[in-house]
Write a protein that binds this ligand. Structure first.
Ligand SMILES: Nc1ncnc2c1ncn2[C@@H]1O[C@H](COP(=O)(O)OP(=O)(O)OP(=O)(O)O)[C@@H](O)[C@H]1O
Length: 336
């Protein structure tokens, strides 16, 4: 489990103070995957550096299973840092070492004996699906395979937390999904808490249990994936469910958005509401997603002139859906 409390990092740019992180708090229990998304400049890289103590936070704490990394110094800090395995966008392997020797590297640093190192390397190469690649060199592997080596290396010292920094940004869609499947399978391996920093919504949708939106160094929305998505006016919901908030979709009537989840997402809401108000209501746009085992349906409807849109909203709400005038929803920038 990793617990981050009120983490703040202030940089000096000339005479100007930049709060790259401003009171970031989050908890990721063992066995779960938390995604952090944000635009360029939101503070993602700073967060990676502060979580791993590559850069000292100005204030706040980072605790791993109750051990405070920010309080540790020298030897204790080096030991505590090994509780976090780090995987970057590019695996950054040593080209002159074999794959097995790359995975063994962190164990060499801590002076593990040869027999233990070999057993661990064999186990990890098996875990990431590279059993037969131990004697190959990085240049002989594809990008996806190199990323698997990076993951095996990050696991070498049996960390409690695995931190991924844009792990699939350099991969094609199919390889991305293979790596995401691997990350998902790891969460139960040795009870890891997994943090994934990404700008890709697909990554969040496919593997994350919970998600935070980082903006200007602050977490502005955070929660279980199913909770943050289940809000018509939520920024993460709008980003993850995929209807651009105020795209001009045409249609003459008044636009109404409706969001329903679980079994309610499968109701014929448009037919029902059309019947109830005695007018034909059109669907201008829609997205149906299956996230974390729940179905979400987000539709944008056009209510014809002459029908009170509030009646439509009331009928939709009576069906257990969330509904609102599209124009009343806050305009959010596309996060993707
Ligand atoms: N070493 C530094 N000195 C001064 N300012 C910094 C330093 N590192 C980051 N910053 C500032 O902190 C803010 C957050 O930067 P950071 O690199 O963490 O964002 P990011 O979300 O990782 O962006 P990107 O995705 O583009 O890498 C920016 O305003 C940046 O200019």
């Amino acid at each position: 489990m990793i617990t981050v409390s009120d983490l703040t990092k202030v940089y000096l740019q000339g005479k100007r103070q930049v709060r790259a992180l401003d009171g970031v708090s989050l908890t990721v229990p063992a066995g779960s995957i938390h995604g952090i998304i944000g635009h360029s400049g939101a503070g993602k890289s700073t967060l990676v550096r502060c979580l791993t103590m590559l850069d000292r936070p100005t204030s706040g704490t980072v605790e791993i299973n109750g051990v405070d990394l920010t309080a540790a110094r020298s030897d204790a800090l080096r030991t505590a840092r090994r509780r976090i395995g780090l995987v970057f966008q590019q695996a950054n392997l040593f080209d002159s070492r074999t794959i097995a020797a790359n995975v063994a590297y962190p164990l060499e640093i801590i002076g593990a004996d040869k027999a233990r190192t070999k057993a661990k390397v064999d186990e990890l190469l098996g875990l990431v699906g590279l059993t037969d690649a131990g004697q190959a060199y990085p240049s002989q592997l594809s990008g996806g395979m190199r990323q698997r080596v990076g993951i095996a290396r990050a696991l070498a010292t049996d960390p409690d937390v695995l931190l991924f920094d844009e792990p699939t940004s350099a991969l094609d869609p199919r390889t991305t999904d293979e790596i995401l499947d691997l990350i998902q399978s790891l969460r139960t391996h040795a009870e890891l808490a997994v943090l994934v920093i990404t700008h890709e919504m697909h990554v969040v949708k496919r593997i994350c249990d919970s998600v935070s939106l980082l903006e200007g160094g602050r977490i502005v929305e955070s929660g279980a994936l199913t909770d943050v998505v289940n809000r018509l006016d939520g920024r993460l919901s709008q980003a993850l469910l995929g209807i651009p908030p105020h795209a001009d979709l045409g249609g003459d009537g008044t636009q109404v958005d409706v969001l329903s989840s679980g079994p309610k997402a499968l109701q014929p809401v448009v037919a029902h509401v059309s019947n109830a108000v005695g007018a034909e209501i059109a669907i201008l746009a829609g997205s149906v997603e299956h996230l974390a085992g729940t179905t979400f349906s987000h539709l944008r409807l056009s209510v014809p002139d002459g029908v009170d849109p509030q009646r439509v909203i009331d009928e939709l709400r009576a069906l257990g859906a969330d509904a609102a005038l599209t124009d009343s929803l806050s305009q959010v920038e596309d996060l993707a």
